[in-house]
Design a protein around this ligand. Structure first.
Ligand code: GLC
Length: 600
């Protein structure tokens, strides 16, 4: 090729490539977590699968959800139900195969649903080829994991290299006879930690990201990020001195050497750059990173600085409980918003596969949590089943499967077990809630499915699902996409979240009121508390299902009655609208008059 041709080729090339499209698509999107084992079972084996998800994609359109993130679907011995990965590039047969995955993403694309995958970089399964070779000391895999020598005490008992404890309880080290060394695992012993000081490991994991990007995924939820790197000198961790903690349990130590390492942030930044470069060079939509980091606020906010668009905000999971007051909620909300970088977008995570469901954590207050997620500015994140108010399912010790609980004992397992919040999705009132045709399901279906299911909630005039749908619809309005926000406490126990948009002299507000008093009703005067002005027309948009208000009814803003535990969303409009209307009528009358005079 001659020089001129080469120049022409290059410049034409740069016209075609080099643009991330649809930047910021995620900013006002509702994200939804699919726990694939429990979402929809297509092949009738009692465990959910990819074809099941594909068969239900229309549900997301109906519910107003714009993106799904799917917990791990890769080859796995399922010790931690997919979070122990034996091959990062293959689909586990229990879920289907790559062709099924491609069918899923193709249909999602047609429907306008973005697909985010779970990326689990901290560890592999002990059945991963890398680990098997590492055990055998085969280079370069011998240095892919965190291996150390331990000590031997006077009785000849082997002791681990230090006092570190696993998140799943017990020592974070397991001795491997074949290699004659201990390996480190933040989670189950079948989940050996990768060694991120090894640049080969770093490249391997980047290649995994590129592999899935080339299959058209829209981003990644990154698992267990703060645990990625530990100090190399293996210093013992100090005691946390938290009263009442069992010495085997993770909170017994203060994890200053095994969490939030500086290198973690550098790695995350590189992954974000990789995603940007990919979108840039392929002219595709912006790719999104969501980070799962249970850590303190400053360390969480640092993910924004790395370019992460959605560093999960776990305030409603970690700091808010059923005992929290309106003031606690106000603080939780404002702490996030005030500490977020000015260019950042907030996100609100209400639940996930690791936590008790919102309807069980906050009895009679599930809709309130949905309202907060949808009305506060930014991204809303829903865990599957929360849109219909599903509750936890009690599971006996004998039937417990979660390794986090199995590592404990019959007295402690219930506080550790995540099985109850992983029961199958309740689609309808048929066998197994319409989830599976199998005789049994991997976790039992909650017995309340006969009355609590999506089909029923679609038929009911008032239901959790109807509230959810109404709110996702409202999020499309400018007032929720761009409006200012304010959080106030009224009448002591009532939290008010106010979103305001002013345009052409018209002030539009969406007002969420939540009564935190569990036994006493409250009356709120929106005008006295300067939430709405006297000329505003205020109407009911939706309320929690127990409240049963008349949607659309105009309401006297000076005395809004809120029963105990009630939450209500109001629309208020004031300003020049009616004046503009009268001016328009005057002009119209003048034109008609003029026309009549002319035609005389
Ligand atoms: C994350 C996942 C959790 C898993 C753990 C280990 O916290 O959300 O389910 O057990 O990482 O991968």
């Amino acid at each position: 090729m001659g020089c001129l041709h080469a120049v022409l080729f290059l410049s034409l090339g740069s016209l075609v490539v080099g643009e991330i499209t649809n930047k910021g698509w995620w900013k006002d999107t509702v994200f939804y977590q699919i726990y694939p084992r429990s979402f929809m079972d297509y092949n009738g084996d009692g465990v959910g699968d990819l074809k099941g998800i594909t068969s239900k994609l229309e549900h997301f359109v109906d519910a107003g959800i714009g993106a799904v993130w799917i917990s791990p679907i890769y080859t796995s011995p399922m010790v931690d139900f997919g979070y122990d990965i034996a091959n990062f590039r293959e689909i586990d047969p229990i879920f289907g195969n790559l062709a099924d995955f491609q069918a899923l993403t193709a249909k999602a694309k047609q429907l306008g649903i973005k697909v985010i995958l779970d990326f689990v970089p901290n560890h592999t399964s002990d059945e991963h080829e890398w680990f098997k070779k590492s055990v055998q000391g085969i280079a370069p895999y011998d240095k892919y994991y965190v291996w150390r020598d331990g000590t031997v005490d006077d009785d000849g008992t082997r002791l681990p290299p230090n006092n570190w404890i696993s998140v799943f309880s017990g020592p974070a080290w397991t001795f491997n006879e074949q290699r004659g060394q201990w390996y480190f695992h933040q989670f189950a012993e079948q989940q050996p930690d990768l060694n991120y000081f090894n640049t080969l490991v770093q490249s391997e994991m980047k290649n995994v990201l590129s592999f899935w990007l080339s299959l058209g995924v829209d981003g990644f939820r990154v698992d267990a990020v703060p645990h990625l790197v530990e100090v190399e000198d293996l210093t013992d961790e100090p005691l946390s001195n938290t009263p009442g903690v069992n010495p085997n349990d993770y909170p017994y130590l203060d994890h200053i050497y095994t969490k939030d390492h500086e290198l973690t942030y550098q790695i995350i930044k590189e992954w974000k750059d990789l995603l940007d470069d990919y979108a840039d060079s392929t002219n595709t939509d912006e790719k999104v990173l969501m980070t799962e980091a249970y850590t303190d606020l400053p360390n969480t906010m640092r993910y924004y600085d790395c370019g992460v668009q959605i560093p999960f905000n776990f305030k409603f999971i970690m700091e808010i409980s059923n005992d929290s007051t309106a003031v606690d909620y106000k603080n939780a909300i404002e702490t996030w918003l005030d500490n977020m970088p000015k260019t950042g977008v907030a996100n609100w995570v209400m639940g996930n596969h690791d936590r008790s469901r919102t309807a069980s954590r906050f009895p009679d207050r599930a809709d309130q949590m949905t309202m907060l997620a949808m009305i506060l500015p930014g991204v809303a994140v829903t865990y599957n089943g929360e849109e219909i108010g599903m509750t936890d399912t009690w599971i006996s010790w004998a039937n417990t499967q979660d390794p986090q609980a199995c590592n404990t004992d019959p007295d402690r397992y219930e506080v550790h077990s995540r099985d109850p919040n992983r029961s199958p999705f309740q689609w309808d009132a048929t066998k197994n809630a319409g989830f599976s045709t199998s005789a049994t399901t991997w976790i039992p279906v909650n017995s309340n499915y006969l009355v609590l299911n999506l089909k029923q909630e679609k038929q009911d005039l008032i239901s959790h699902y109807k509230v959810y749908q109404a709110l996702t619809k409202l999020r499309k309005e400018t007032v929720l996409r761009e409006g200012e926000y304010e959080v106030k406490i009224v009448n002591n126990q009532v939290l008010a979240v106010i979103r305001t948009h002013v345009e052409g002299g018209v002030t539009e507000k969406v007002i969420l009121l939540i009564n935190f008093d569990n036994s006493v009703g409250k009356t709120v005067d929106l005008t006295a508390s300067s939430i709405a002005d006297k000329s505003a027309k205020t109407s009911v948009y939706t309320s929690n299902v127990q409240f049963r208000t008349t949607v659309g009814a105009e309401i006297d803003a000076t005395k809004i009655q809120l029963p105990a535990k009630a939450s209500i969303v109001l629309l208020s409009r004031s300003g020049a609208a009616h004046i503009t209307g009268s001016i328009f009528l005057m002009i119209f009358a003048l034109v008609i008059k003029h026309f009549l005079i002319q035609s005389d």
